[in-house]
Design a protein around this ligand. Structure first.
Ligand code: GMT
Length: 376
């Protein structure tokens, strides 16, 4: 099959999901054409079945902003006509499915549209009523809508009502082979960041408000009073200045390291003892899965799809949003009981590997593709 994969290129789980799905589909003989405003950040390895088409940019005095949605629609048609796409798979309803819908109006041969919801599609509408009708349109005109967790499917139906097609839940996935420790590197990095054997806590995100990175710092502040530890903060975004201020306010600048945006998060996760994700909202929390496959227990908030990803009391602990004390106690429970920690670490790796394998997800997407193509 020839698949047009429309996704955001920037750091974030949806781009990772689209790209890794692309590689897995390529391995199974499909041709995958990524259509995006820049090369998706995980699309680095060459694969003979994977292609990248960049959406062009225009600058014209009357445009206050470049009309990305229109340019994307145009690029989708261009690629579909030239390579003969069998379907479009849009990650995010707004704006990608809307662009795909527009593209379809310009095509001579009709091809189906699959939309995968990643979460912010729905929360965005919660924040901006202006997107409500557009999202309804995207859901209605998609031949199949998928969601990355049961919680997200439920929330979408609660917000937008039900449509002809039920939303199909295809949980995000992981390829454990990509997360194997690299000989010597983990030990070298551990020695660098925690020279006296301190425990290492890690948080990775795009530092949006929804990630509550200030909570991460506050949880760490309580932990490090009891157990010698270090905090590694990976990523960048709008909350950065506030987080830096909190670190300084708490006098933690020698114990907290900002690593900025990183591509190989697996190398960082390999040296972590605990992963923190105290988000306000999280439709899945792919990064928690990445941590667990590295054997790192996760302490996170009990919200959205996180209870489907992190097994409370087995692969980590969940607490209410903003429960800084509860989360710090959970971290301390794991860090002060070696045998409990070992059990959690093994359970986390096994659960991630066995419950979210890439093979299962790619088969689910393939059967969605087969069915929409058959019925189109
Ligand atoms: O969380 C973000 O800000 C990024 C966003 C994205 O586009 O990657 O993440 C969403 O999609 C991920 C992949 O499906 C999920 O793992 C994240 O939970 C989801 N983020 C939110 O729901 C806040």
């Amino acid at each position: 099959m020839k698949i047009g994969m429309v996704c955001y290129p920037s750091y974030g789980g949806s781009g990772v999901v689209a790209t890794e799905l692309g590689y897995a589909l390529g391995e199974r003989g499909h041709e995958v054409h990524f259509i995006s405003s820049a090369r998706p950040f995980r699309l680095r390895r060459f694969h003979e079945k994977l292609f990248y088409h960049e959406v062009s940019d225009v600058s014209y005095p009357v445009f206050k902003y470049p009309p990305y949605t229109l340019l994307l629609a145009n690029k989708i048609v261009e690629v579909a006509n030239y390579v003969g796409l069998d379907l479009i798979h849009a990650h995010y309803a707004i704006p990608h499915s809307i662009s795909a819908y527009l593209a379809k109006q310009m095509m001579t041969k009709q091809i189906p549209l699959v939309t995968t919801l990643h979460g912010t599609d729905v929360t965005l509408v919660g924040a901006f009523e202006e997107f409500h009708l557009l999202t309804c349109l995207a859901l209605r005109v998609s031949d199949q809508v998928t969601a990355v967790s049961r919680a997200l499917a439920r929330e979408t139906e609660a917000t937008f009502g039900s449509f002809d097609q039920d939303i199909k839940v295809i949980p995000n996935f992981i390829d454990p082979k990509m997360y194997l420790p690299k000989e010597g590197l983990t030990a070298k990095c551990k020695e660098h960041f925690a020279p006296y054997g301190e425990k290492i806590l890690v948080h990775i995100s795009n530092f949006r408000e929804v990630k509550r990175v200030v909570d991460v710092v506050r949880i760490f502040a309580l932990v490090e009073k009891v157990v010698a530890s270090r905090l590694l903060l990976v990523g960048d975004g709008p909350e950065m200045a506030r987080v830096e201020r909190e670190v300084l306010k708490l006098g933690l600048e020698r114990k907290v390291q900002f690593l900025g945006k990183q591509e190989n998060v697996q190398d960082i996760l390999q040296m972590a003892d605990i992963f923190l994700l105290p988000s306000e909202q999280e439709s899945f929390g792919l990064v928690a899965l990445e941590a667990m496959v590295c054997g790192v227990p996760v302490v996170a908030s009990r919200v959205g799809g996180l209870p489907e990803v992190v097994q409370h009391g087995k692969t980590g602990y969940l607490a209410d949003v903003g429960d800084i004390e509860g989360m710090s106690k959970a971290v301390l429970k794991l860090l002060t009981d070696h045998s409990l920690y070992q059990v959690f670490s093994e359970q986390a790796a096994t659960w991630a590997r066995e419950t979210f394998p890439v093979e299962r997800a790619v088969q689910s997407y393939e059967s969605v593709y087969d069915s929409v193509v058959r019925n189109s």
